[in-house]
Design a protein around this ligand. Structure first.
Ligand SMILES: [Zn+2]
Length: 123
């Protein structure tokens, strides 16, 4: 009599592997989403810092005082590449005047205001 050779996996083994993959995915996916949001917020903060510095440079170069409000084209001249950076989360940037150049807001990340510490450029 020929002995039947069992090839492959049993249903229980496959279910165990699927369960392990499900547990790992349940742990990893929220962390990936959180890391992505944090990365976007950091990039947005960096972009707003660039815009804030460009507003200050515009005021200094054009001899403007605190009440003047620069336009997008004015600021773009003082940004590398002559283009305003874009929020990675799709937000738009808003600013008011030179006195409030540290208050460049994003429609998505507006709760994070620039502080003097954020404006310090690392060597
Ligand atoms: Zn943003």
């Amino acid at each position: 009599m020929k002995k039947k050779c069992a090839m492959g996996f049993t249903l229980v083994e496959i279910m165990i592997v699927v369960a392990i993959i499900g547990v790992i995915a349940a742990i990893a996916v929220p962390n990936f989403i959180q890391a992505r949001k944090k990365s976007q917020a950091t990039a947005c903060l960096r972009n707003r810092r660039v815009i804030s510095d460009a507003i200050d440079q515009w005021a200094l170069a054009r001899d403007r005082d605190g009440a003047d409000q620069p336009g997008t084209a004015d600021i773009a001249l003082f940004i590398q590449g002559s283009r305003l950076p874009m929020c990675p989360a799709g937000g738009t940037y808003q600013w008011s005047d030179v006195d409030n150049s540290d208050k460049v807001l994003c429609t998505v990340h507006s709760q994070q205001l620039l502080t003097e510490q954020d404006k310090v450029v690392n060597p």
